[in-house]
Design a binder for this molecule. Structure first.
Ligand SMILES: Nc1ncnc2c1ncn2[C@@H]1O[C@H](COP(=O)(O)OP(=O)(O)O)[C@@H](O)[C@H]1O
Ligand SMILES: [Mg+2]
Length: 276
């Protein structure tokens, strides 16, 4: 039972209590740590499913910061980030949005796939990225000064770049950037074996299948097989599913709707896994 004088940590829901497994692939941990020390806004660039989210979770844990993640989408408004007045029985009540909560609590605020958000939504982060580190809550008439712990992190998949969806230079230039990609073969296989419990030689084969598919990027495939999908494949195999079926379900069918490409990927799978 909680007594009235029990201090409760408002950041408790956002704390990462168990250490996430993150296998560094370069010097990203050191670089992010230095950027965090100066509370520099950081952009994580890279294809989907290559470890960006896991990295932020691991860094938040390592740095002892709460983490508030927002999955951006085109319907998102500035109020969804900042907050709004709600009507209840007693009248109106202000409710902080996730960006405001993060600024108050001194959390890392992770805006995932920021290009999905409309530009008039994204601009609300600008005052938090300059030296004043403020967030104007216009509707509420409050100028919030971010807690010293607050840091802004965004993720961005350059593969989806288009004229319609790109970061404005005025947004882009407010962030330092770390480039992510699928890890090199040895490291990726290590990650898959560790994440899924599948045998290492199976993980090696999965990675080789992925390399074949990644070579088809721009030749009929928009994106290659991600580390995330390889993890799914390893999990199915570790559950005792026949590897060919596991690969069809996790590496082939999700990636393409085109029958010819399906066939191409299926033959890549059959090079490494033969049906019993
Ligand atoms: N360096 C890594 N260390 C540990 N796991 C990783 C790493 N890279 C990728 N993964 C695995 O791949 C999955 C997808 O990564 P995620 O961080 O969700 O991708 P992204 O956010 O880039 O789309 C993770 O859940 C994890 O299982
Ligand atoms: Mg992610």
């Amino acid at each position: 039972m909680t007594t009235p004088d029990t201090p409760t940590d408002p950041a408790a829901p956002y704390r990462i209590t168990r250490e996430p497994y993150y296998r560094p692939v370069g010097n990203e941990v050191e670089l992010f740590t230095a950027a965090h020390a100066r509370r520099m806004p950081v952009m994580l660039k890279g294809p989907t499913g290559c470890g960006k989210t896991r990295f932020v979770e691991a860094m938040a844990h390592k740095l002892g910061r709460p983490l508030i993640t927002v999955a951006c989408n085109e319907d998102m408004t500035a109020s969804d980030l900042v907050g709004r007045f709600l009507l209840d029985r007693d009248g109106t009540r202000w409710q902080d949005g996730p960006l405001t909560t993060a600024a108050r609590l001194g959390a890392i605020c992770y805006l995932d796939e920021v290009v999905e958000a409309r530009q008039d939504t994204v601009v609300v982060i600008h005052p938090l990225t300059d030296h004043r580190r403020v967030l104007p809550l216009d509707k509420k008439g409050e100028l919030l000064h971010a807690d010293p712990g607050f840091q802004l992190v965004i993720s961005y998949n350059p593969g989806y770049q288009s004229l319609m969806k790109d970061l404005k230079p005025s947004t882009r230039q407010r962030f330092a950037a770390l480039a992510f990609d699928y890890p090199e073969a040895e490291v990726e296989a290590e990650i898959i074996a560790r994440e899924t419990g599948c045998p290492r030689d199976t993980a090696d084969k999965l990675v080789q299948i992925a390399h074949r598919a990644r070579n088809l990027r721009g030749h009929g495939l928009d994106e290659g097989i991600s580390t995330r999908l390889l993890v799914y494949a390893g999990q199915m195999i570790a559950e005792g599913v026949n590897p060919t079926l596991a690969c069809t379900m996790t590496l082939v069918t999700p990636l393409t709707d085109d029958p010819d490409m399906h066939e191409t990927l299926t033959s890549a799978v059959s090079t490494f896994f033969t049906d019993p």
